[in-house]
Design a protein around this ligand. Structure first.
Ligand code: HEC
Ligand code: HEC
Length: 313
């Protein structure tokens, strides 16, 4: 009996040790940053639009936390609440305010937040912050983005804490999610493809984080990688996010020009206008140079069809 208890105890300790190792946050160290880099705030402004940072971090209109509309994309005091099946996330202040925002952060702290999902205190961020896509961004691009954010006004005020059930309040648990769903890899150029295709792939997989909505998820909120961009039920619970592959109910009938023009104007080939959570994305896409919208279209037109028909109502 004693012997079994002893073995049981050992198994529990071994299990805890594995859990501890698997869930340990792994930030980059200073050697990962380029030496003497001169950041380009102009390029940072482009990435700010491509990344849609304002759609979550800008102060929502009428002080209503669940209002997806904002008037000033440069007031980044947060305050939006994202209602998910896991609980409510209250988006933090990322303005240049030193006390309430990120004005006092070092380059390394910022790079670790955006590309590794690790807080300055060395804890995990929740994947409601789309760092698992942003991890594809190059470090110079992320430093440019930081330089642009530094030019925006400081706005005071801290967001409310997240409203989550108890076990999820423990950030250590997110190490398990990351172990399953996060690879921390920067975008790798595909030399067999054109520079335009590579630019499009970078924007879609990295800053544009299109898969965060257009890729269906498993019950733990992990992306189903075999169904990349194949569409699925909207993460908020109601509605359907369309398929972006070359499937029949995807973009097979859309030309490259149709896609680029939708991203620029919000109008589909049959004259419908963009709706739902795509409105904010499209507003930001319209701020990119037309060459970038064409590059995104070039990449999407190359995606093999994944048939994932939308259920009939
Ligand atoms: C889909 C909504 C969403 C988008 C888009 C988004 N964020 Fe966030 N962001 C969040 C949430 C939610 C958190 C809080 C995560 C947590 O507490 O673990 C966060 C946290 C952060 C933090 C950490 C702040 C702190 O006080 O610790 C930084 C920095 C940040 N985001 C920068 C950005 C940048 C830069 C972009 C655009 C490239 C961006 N975010 C786009 C939702 C978003
Ligand atoms: C916040 C969630 C979200 C993100 C991020 C997102 N989309 Fe969408 N997208 C949607 C939704 C929802 C729709 C359906 C819009 C509608 O009903 O009018 C949509 C529609 C579209 C359509 C039209 C498809 C059709 O069949 O009508 C295209 C094209 C598209 N998105 C491309 C993109 C690209 C490219 C990106 C990344 C740069 C992206 N989306 C990022 C939610 C998102």
């Amino acid at each position: 009996m004693r012997r079994w208890l002893g073995l049981g105890g050992l198994a529990v300790i071994a299990g805890l040790a594995v859990f501890w190792i698997v869930t340990t946050p792994r930030p980059l160290d200073a050697a990962a940053l380029p030496a003497n880099y001169k950041a380009d705030a102009k390029n940072g402004e482009l990435l700010f639009a491509a990344g849609g940072c304002a759609s979550c971090h800008a102060v929502p209109d009428e002080g209503k936390c669940d209002n997806p509309h904002y008037t000033d994309h440069q007031r980044l005091a947060g305050g939006r609440c994202l209602k998910t099946p896991f609980g409510i996330f209250n988006v933090p202040n990322i303005s240049s305010d030193k006390a309430d925002g990120i004005g006092g952060w070092t380059d390394l702290q910022f790079v670790n937040a955006v590309t590794m999902g690790v807080t300055p205190a060395g804890e995990h961020y929740y994947p409601a912050f789309p760092f698992s896509s942003y991890t594809r961004m190059t470090i110079p691009d992320v430093l440019d983005l930081k330089a642009y954010l530094a030019t925006l006004p400081a706005v005071s005020g801290k967001a409310r804490p997240h409203e989550l059930p108890l076990p999820l309040q423990w950030r250590r648990m997110l190490g398990g999610w990351k172990f399953l769903n996060f690879d921390g890899k920067t975008f790798a150029t595909d030399a067999r493809q054109s520079p335009e295709w590579n630019r499009g792939a970078y924007l879609v997989q990295g800053p544009g984080h299109c898969g965060e909505c257009h890729t269906p998820r498993d019950p733990l909120g992990g992306p189903l990688t075999g169904w990349r961009l194949a569409g699925g039920p909207a993460p908020e619970g109601k509605g359907w996010v369309p398929n972006l592959t070359q499937a029949k109910d995807g973009l097979a009938e859309w030309s490259k020009h149709d896609i680029a023009s939708y991203l620029g104007t919000g109008l589909t080939p049959v004259g419908d206008s963009v709706g739902g959570s795509m409105v904010a994305v499209q507003t930001n896409m319209a701020l990119l140079p037309v060459a970038d919208r064409l590059a995104i279209a070039e990449y999407l037109k190359s995606l093999p069809p994944l048939e994932n028909p939308r259920p009939k109502k």
